[in-house]
Ligand binder design. Structure first.
Ligand SMILES: [Zn+2]
Length: 324
């Protein structure tokens, strides 16, 4: 009364409209569910060995997925036992990015056994990678400290410390990910390009900052930093250990203390995995500055920003140790 009753035709029309809206919602929900399902089903499972490699992979996968890290962030990669969850990550991986057999000789066999269904990419062997042989005749070289690396032509595996390698590997990762997940090809390559730009910006800041310490005489704990040194125009006078010795040798550090002072070394760098307190206490008496530099950024948050931060934090420690 008062309001006109809708005609049967209008009612039918209304019902049809509601019904078709409902159908749309249902279809939409199914479509959404299906596409969510297919994205998660299709997202490649990616395993990485150390923090900086995790960071590069996370950069390329941003918005798509997150890689797994199989060597605990903070452990020395040169000798390590996988935990069950880390072994499981290898078993489930579609893709594995690792630095090289030189860095983690123990991992090669584990990959063969555990990651048999994965595409395994040894980054130091990837196209466009700068490789440097281990340095010979480092000032404090002592064959007793050699950890089974007797081949002087062996490649120094710490190649991620060259930012050009970091950039090259972003491209390698984008192309490997695209092969197994072609629907996200554009995003992988856009991410790699953004990551490359971020590395370039960090390199520009580091290059400018390190001008102040050109000519600094310093030694490192193990010979892990030549990729960084070469790219930024600085050079260690030597290393306490040669190559990748696994344990610090207190007697050896005390033995070279006098030599270091005579040579006018201003700075001795230790590393978090290699008893930095020992180095600090031994050189305290010799009035030589010590600082901790870290090739993996173990104090930095594990994420896609870590890679350029590792390079910047090495630069900051060198500058601080030089008193600039
Ligand atoms: Zn090392």
């Amino acid at each position: 009364m008062g309001l006109a009753q809708p005609s049967a035709r209008q009612i039918t029309g209304l019902r049809k409209g509601q019904a078709s809206r409902r159908v749309c919602e249902v279809v939409g929900a199914i479509f959404l569910a299906t596409s969510t399902l297919s994205v998660s089903a299709m997202t490649p499972r990616v395993a990485t060995d150390i923090g900086p490699i995790y960071s590069l992979a996370a950069r390329v996968m941003a918005g798509i997925g997150v890689p797994d890290l199989i060597i605990r962030h903070g452990a020395s990669p040169h000798a390590y036992s996988l935990r069950p969850s880390e072994a499981a990550a290898l078993e489930e991986a579609d893709l594995v990015f690792w630095v090289s057999e030189g860095l983690t000789p123990w991992l090669k066999r584990r990959l063969e056994i555990l990651a048999s269904k994965a595409q395994v990419v040894e980054l130091m062997k990837a196209d466009g990678t700068v490789e440097l042989p281990y340095r010979e005749g480092t000032t404090f070289a002592n064959h007793d400290d050699h950890s089974g690396i007797d081949d002087h032509s062996a490649i120094d595996p710490h190649g991620w410390l060259d930012p050009d390698n970091g950039k090259a590997w972003l491209g390698v990762m984008a192309s490997e990910l695209s092969k197994i997940d072609p629907s996200n090809t554009d995003l992988y390559f856009e991410n790699a390009a953004a990551g490359t730009l971020e590395i370039s910006q960090a390199v520009a800041r580091i290059s400018k900052a390190l001008i102040a310490v050109r000519g600094l005489r310093f030694i490192v704990f193990h010979d892990a930093f030549q990729y960084f040194e070469r790219r930024f125009g600085i050079s260690a006078s030597g290393s306490i250990l040669v190559g990748d010795a696994l344990a610090p040798n207190p007697a050896r550090i005390i033995e070279i203390r006098g030599q270091v002072a005579e040579m006018g070394i201003g700075c001795v760098f230790s590393e978090p995995q290699f008893n930095p307190n020992l180095v600090a206490s031994v050189f305290q008496d010799a009035e030589i500055s010590t600082a901790v530099i870290d090739s993996q950024g173990i104090d930095l948050a594990l994420g896609m920003a870590l890679y350029p931060q590792v390079l910047e934090s090495i630069a900051q420690e060198i500058i601080a140790c030089a008193g600039e």
